[in-house]
Every structure is written in C-alpha cells, then in structure tokens.
Write a new protein. Sequence first.
Length: 500
Amino acid sequence: MKVPKIFLSRLFDYGLLIVLQLLWWFLVYSQILEVVSWLNYVLKILSIFVVLWLVNKEKNPSYKISWIILILIFPVLGGFLYLLIGNKRPSRFLRKRLEKEQIDIKDVAVMDHDISEQYRYDGLTYLKDLGFGTYAHTKTKYYSLGDYCYIDLLRDMKNAKHYILMEYFIICPGLMLDTILDLLKQKVDEGVKVRFMYDDVGSVSYLPFNYDRKIKELGIDCVVFNPFKPVLSLAMNNRDHKKICVIDGYIGYSGGFNLADEYINAKQRFGHWKDTGIRLEGEGVWNLTTMFLTTWNAYKHEKLNYEDFKPTKYHPCFDKQEGFVVAYGDSPLDEERTGENIYANMINQAKEEILIMTPYFIIDDTMTKDLILARRKGVTIKIITPGIPDKKTVYRVTRSYYYSLIKEGIEFYEYQPGFLHAKMVICDKRIATVGTINFDYRSFYLHFECNVMLTQPDTIKDILDDFDETLSLSKKISQDYSRRFRGFFEAVLRLFAPLL
C-alpha cells in the first residue's frame, strides 16, 4: 500500500514530536497539581502580573489585546504560556548571532554615492539611518510574472564570472530548483564561488532530511537559516522571508517568487500564480548584498572583505538614471518596523492615488486609520488580493477587512485566474515598492524581509501597466457582497490574527 507523502515528510515527524511534547507538559502539570495544590493560585497570580505588564508594554495594541483575552480565557496557564511563547522577539542566541554582523557591516553599509539628501522624501533619510543607501546609478527592470523573471535570472547566472549569492524562503525540488542547481554546479566547475541560503521552516514540507548536504555535494557553499528543531522554541517564529540573488556584485534580483515550480507556473496549485520580480544593475545592488552578507557571515562565521562584493569591483562605472533606487530590509532584531513604516509613509504622503497588490491583508488599527484618512483626503485607493487562496484561514481574515474599508470608499478586487502573491505598492504614479513584505503581522513583526523602492519613470510605467492588467482580470468586491465576510468565525480570527 502506498504511504501518503505527508507521513514521510519532516513536517509530519516534527509536528508529531511537538504534539507529544505538549501532551507530556500537560501530564506533568496535572501530576504536579495533585501534589502541589497551591500552584494553581501561583499561576493565576502570574497571569495577572503578565496582563498588567502587557498593558504597560510598548507593543502593538492588537497584539496585546489578543494575549490579554487569551489569558482571561485560560487564567491558570495563560500567563505561563505567554512567557513561554508570547514574547515574539528573536531568541537570545539568534539575536546575538545576527546583531554582531549588523554592527560589523554598519560602517560600509551606505556607499559614498548615496543621494538620499537630494530628495525631499522622508523615507530616504529614515532608510539611510538604518544602513540602506539611495542610489541613482542603477538600471531597473520590472517583471509582471515570476515566469519572465526566471528567464533573465538564468541568463545572468550563466554569465556570472566571479560569484553568485542566493537567499530564498522556499526551495522545492522540481523543474525550477533542479535547473538552477544544475547551472550552479556548472558555474562552480568554472571557478565561480556560489553561496546558497534557504529558510528551513519555509522549505520543511518540501525537502527531505539533510537536503543541504546534497547541495554541498555539488560544490555549492550552503547555509540553512535557523534550522527547524522539533521543540517549543521562540526562535522558530523568526524566519528568513527574503528573496535575493546577487551576481558579481552589480546584478541583483528580488521579488515575491521563491525557487519552486508554482512560482513560474510550471505547476499549478491554486490556479494561475501571479507574482512579481525586479532586476537591478548598478550601485543599488549593494543593499541586497549587505543584507545577504549579514545573515551569511552570522551563520558561517566568515570574515569576508566587503570591498570584494562592492558593485564597482567587477564593473567600474554605471550610467546615471532618472530617479532613485533603494533596496531595504526589515528585521525583527530591532524595534523598527521598517516595512510597515515605509508602507504607512507612502499612504500618508499620497495626494492622488494608492495602488496595492498583496496576497494577505491583515493590518492593525493604525494602518486601517491611515488608509481611511487618506481616502477621506480624496486619495483613490485600490487593493488587489487573491481570488483563490493558498491558506484558507488567512484568506478569511483578509476578507474580513473588506466591509469596513469599502464602506469608506476604498476599493477591493480579487484576482480571478488564481493566487496573487505579488507584494507591491504604488503612490501617485511616481514612487513604488516591489519585494517580499506582505500586509500582515508576520512580515511586519516576525520575518526578515526585503523590498526595493524606486522612482524611475520607465519602470514605474511598467508597474502601473501591470497593475491595470491585473485589475482587468480581477473582480471588484461590492459593499453588499463584503457583508458576508463579517461572521462570528471571522471575528474570532481577527481577534487572534496577531498571534498567528
């Protein structure tokens, strides 16, 4: 009899071990209560102190309310549960490992050609202070589908002469990944240094045990980010959601696509997969490189010479382009919510129009008010979400936001051919972001992310054309239709969305 794949996967094995741990803790707790009856009162007092601490803590209000209600529902174990898994800051081990590298790279993070001071845009100075310079000598190319981006990515990888850096959230064996690994093996044989990194949790349901060994056998230097351990651990919350490829320091790619067949529509899981990508050539690639090197050095303990990775190392000069480019990242290590702040800044500065494509739309009261205020100022706001979900529960939470915003005049559309995975914002037809940052709590608070913000007119036009084409394939959600997404189950999901 054929055994279903799920029972042979790491995800099933690890999930089973975690469930057994929870059962063990419950049994131990029950046994202790029989001997130490006063422990019940101690845990209840602990819950009261945790609630008081949360009330005074500078955290997202939605997150605090979710935990306070959970503790009220389970007053005995609620406080202890928060201490065990509620603090979503990275574990001390993960923080110590990565913070040192961020300090080491700080002095070289912004190059001399940074032009952030030349533009009267608040976000650029903010990003410079975080180590992300703004550059003019960078060509950009926008891709309306991962399919198109993949073709150019392979071409540039084939032309690599010195090194290739790759960092992805999900990798899955199939046409796309196998083709890329074969090509990387060929480049290694030619003397090109290849560094490859992927997130373990992102790929846990797709890869067998020790898949990184297979990659290393090809001569590729490989790192598995924050390996998934079947234990109750805070560090498992923090994932590397970045998608980065850097070739010889002056060519870079990012976007929403991972290295799996559905991202190039070689396999259909949820209808047509709508994703986006962007190619940089020039100085702007440096920010993608520093993001990669920070994580890589933390795990490999390499002392690389950053000068060897500068865009001008193998390409002395680049033509100046109209407008600017700044690639930027977000990290749960600091108290900055960079991705959320940049999105909010674009919404608040908009005078005419905000266009958004996102697979998940789970926002807090602050961003909800920002959107409503922008609409009341006369700004047109159009948001496209998937027509076919990849996660049904998250899809229901996303839809639960429709009614209150549509009532204010904000327009929602659902992409009918399939799943929309693009993460894109366009403000007033002059500035846009493309990348990995979703409109949800995990992207804003838990994940390592990256986006590219730009004002280059030709690329902005391509992005606008893609938005219009996607809109033509999408169904507008009416206010009456959106009422059906406001049920009891959706209300409960909304309440606990920050904990997901």
